[in-house]
Design a protein around this ligand. Structure first.
Ligand code: NAD
Length: 296
């Protein structure tokens, strides 16, 4: 059996279309334009690419995009002052501070300065706690995207055995919380897990978020499992470097029931979910009903 390839690119386009539809409705019926502010400190080339892409997609769905580019040597007090200003700005519904920050800045302090209601990355300690306790939260974009793909593919996730490989605050831990929220039986595996192959073999759902090229081969998988590959790894190719996931796609697709490719799987969902979070934040701020299917 060859697994179905889950088309994250197409699904992300559907999410963006849904967001655009709600943006148009908010403008027409309430005179509100949702706005997303992105703060970039320094000149990290990868971060610059992400920020450009976020700004472009924000404008494409009809939202206002506010970009704040600060020099690498920016002092913490000045960054905090900017966040305070954005917190108070009624035209800004979502605030994202692009990580990593230069090493002289305290990331926790900066992130926790963002108004939790505008924290569209879902990294504020209050949103982390809300997610963990099953309260309405802003949910980190990449795991939210994975959850949307799983629900689309499988319908109800209730009672399924899920293994999340990786325990980062950005992907692994919130992913596990979301799966628990959907009533999966969740195992979190990590670098110290014993016999990872055996753990993975029990899973109906595997989410791999490690950052090690093709570390999960097909023979670790339970036949028919649904595999979500979050990893983005650059490896040498014939002419230029190519991208591969944490799962060995060729062998995994012979065993799995469905699998996300890299690229074109989880990747495109992340920015789509950032836009979804911004519209959710905007609706909550204005006491309006949130669009369905765009939150956890
Ligand atoms: P991270 O480095 O913060 O965490 C990696 C995790 O993997 C750790 O918890 C570690 O315990 C675990 N790990 C390391 N070696 C292991 C091993 N041999 N066996 C089992 N577990 C092991 O990484 P992250 O930020 O969570 O990102 C993970 C991957 O996902 C990276 O490739 C990253 O580029 C990618 N990513 C993709 C998106 C996207 O939009 N698609 C977003 C975020 C991260």
């Amino acid at each position: 059996m060859t697994a179905k390839t889950i088309d994250g690119k197409a699904f992300a386009a559907e999410v963006r279309a849904k967001v655009a539809e709600h943006v148009a409705r908010l403008k027409e019926e309430h005179g509100i334009t949702p706005g997303l502010a992105v703060v970039l400190v320094g000149e990290d080339p990868a971060s610059q690419v992400y920020v450009r892409s976020k700004g472009k997609q924000t404008v494409e769905v009809g939202m206002a995009s506010f970009e704040h580019k600060l020099p690498a040597e920016t002092e913490e007090a000045d960054l905090v002052a900017l966040i305070d200003q954005l917190n108070a700005d009624p035209e800004v519904h979502g605030i994202l501070v692009q990580l990593p920050l230069p090493s002289h800045l305290n990331e926790d302090l900066v992130i926790n300065r963002i108004d939790p209601a505008k924290d569209v990355d879902g990294f504020h300690i209050s949103n982390v706690g809300r997610l963990a306790t099953g309260q309405k939260a802003m949910v980190p974009c990449t795991p939210l995207g994975c959850l949307m793909l799983l629900r689309e593919e499988l319908g109800s996730l209730s009672g399924r055995d899920a293994v999340v490989i990786g325990r980062s605050n950005i992907v692994g831990k919130p992913m596990a919380q979301l799966l628990l929220g959907d009533s999966c039986t969740v195992t979190i595996a990590h670098s110290r897990t014993k016999d990872l192959a055996e753990v993975v073999r029990r899973a109906d759902i595997v989410v791999a978020a490690v950052g090690r090229p093709e570390m999960v081969p097909g023979d670790w998988l339970k036949p028919g499992a649904t595999v979500i590959d979050v990893g983005i790894n650059r490896v040498p190719g014939d002419k230029k470097p190519r991208l591969v996931g944490d799962v060995e796609f060729a062998s995994a697709r012979e065993v799995a029931g469905a699998i996300t490719p890299v690229p074109g799987g989880v990747g495109p969902m992340t920015i789509a979910c950032l836009l979804a979070n911004t519209i959710t934040a905007c609706c909550r701020a204005n006491g309006l009903i949130e669009p369905e299917g765009l939150t956890a």
